[in-house]
Design a protein. Structure first.
Length: 235
């Protein structure tokens, strides 16, 4: 598991047990995106609102028992536009948004949507489920390998392939689940997921590849629209 000690220049926001996010060092920074200027204070507001709602949703669903979110920004200029999640030393969820990611959003709703999506992966227990899928798939491929008389290195290679297929097949379903719950978290946090999901219009479409890690953008937009409709939101 990736540890956070080697992150460069992080602004650390910690969710305490009362569910209030506090700033650890009050680092000050400001980034310009094309249409929207994000500084430490704006980031703090958005992450506090999304972090609080993600925590509430996490406690409500009770699929995992670690619900105190920390949202960090990685100001490393070499990191590509990305947001991801990990766990800290106390097993609490951490969402990391890179500088390039912040520079690629056009409004607070898009940033909130990205954070909501990442938080949803944790609330839904995707990390644990992903490694379970990998193990199950590796077992099946192991049996297949034995049937074909494989042994030693060949068998190991087959197991490894099985684990990879197990992860990849489920990863697209996980993305859509995270988009659905992310839409709800974004809405509850006071942002508009329909505006936030416009982000998909600008990122490259991975298409529908069997072993691709992300579903086609159209499928992701579709699930956001359906969920927003259930929330009573209209475009
Ligand atoms: Zn995702």
């Amino acid at each position: 598991m990736r540890r956070l000690t080697f992150l460069l220049f992080p602004l650390v926001l910690t969710a305490c047990s009362a569910g209030v996010l506090r700033v650890q060092p009050a680092a000050e920074w400001s980034l310009d995106s094309d249409a929207f200027q994000v500084d430490a204070a704006a980031f703090r507001d958005i992450s506090r609102q999304v972090g609080d709602e993600a925590r509430a949703e996490c406690l409500r669903q009770a699929k995992v028992n670690n619900c105190d979110f920390t949202i960090l920004v990685d100001l490393n200029p070499r990191a590509s536009a990305n947001a991801f999640q990990t766990l800290d030393e106390d097993d609490q969820p951490v969402i990391i948004v890179t500088r390039a990611m912040i520079q690629s959003v056009q409004n607070p709703d898009e940033l909130a949507f990205v954070m909501g999506h990442e938080a949803a992966h944790h609330v839904l227990g995707h990390i644990a489920r992903q490694s379970e899928n990998a193990q199950e798939s590796a077992v099946i491929f192991n049996e297949l390998g034995k049937l074909h008389g494989e042994g030693g290195e060949d068998l190991e290679r087959t197991q490894k392939l099985g684990a990879e297929v197990g992860v990849q097949v489920n990863v697209k379903a996980f993305e859509l689940e995270a988009d659905q719950l992310g839409t709800i978290i974004t809405h509850n946090a006071g942002y508009n997921p329909l505006v936030g999901a416009k982000y998909f219009d600008r990122i490259p479409d991975p298409g529908d590849q069997f072993l691709g890690t992300h579903p086609p953008n159209a499928a992701r937009v579709q699930i956001v629209l359906e969920t927003a409709k259930q929330l009573g939101l209209t475009q």
